[in-house]
Design a binder for this molecule. Structure first.
Ligand SMILES: [Zn+2]
Length: 89
């Protein structure tokens, strides 16, 4: 039995893989490794079963033993940054 339907964006076949998942919750970014998810073979869209989604939220509320990683971050500068990207000729 198929756990995941076809991709709702492109109609591609969705297969089960273990993936790394970024999850934002209240200003914090959580990274989960080895998450069983459906992944579209065509566009790469990820799908979670209700059970997995629930476990992710449950982990965020209850787990204490997180590994913390450093993530590069930069303020891109908004609209004014476009002047640097495309200098007027
Ligand atoms: Zn797709």
């Amino acid at each position: 039995m198929k756990k995941y339907g076809d991709c709702s964006f492109c109609g591609g076949e969705v297969v089960q893989r273990n993936v790394e998942l970024d999850y934002r919750y209240k200003e914090k970014l959580y990274v989960f490794q080895n998450v069983p998810a459906g992944v579209c073979r065509q566009c790469g869209e990820k799908y979670l079963t209700a059970r997995v989604a629930k476990k992710i939220e449950n982990d965020i509320f209850t787990k204490q033993d997180w590994n913390e990683i450093r993530v590069p971050m930069m303020n891109f500068g908004g609209v004014e940054a476009l002047a640097d990207v495309c200098p007027p000729s």
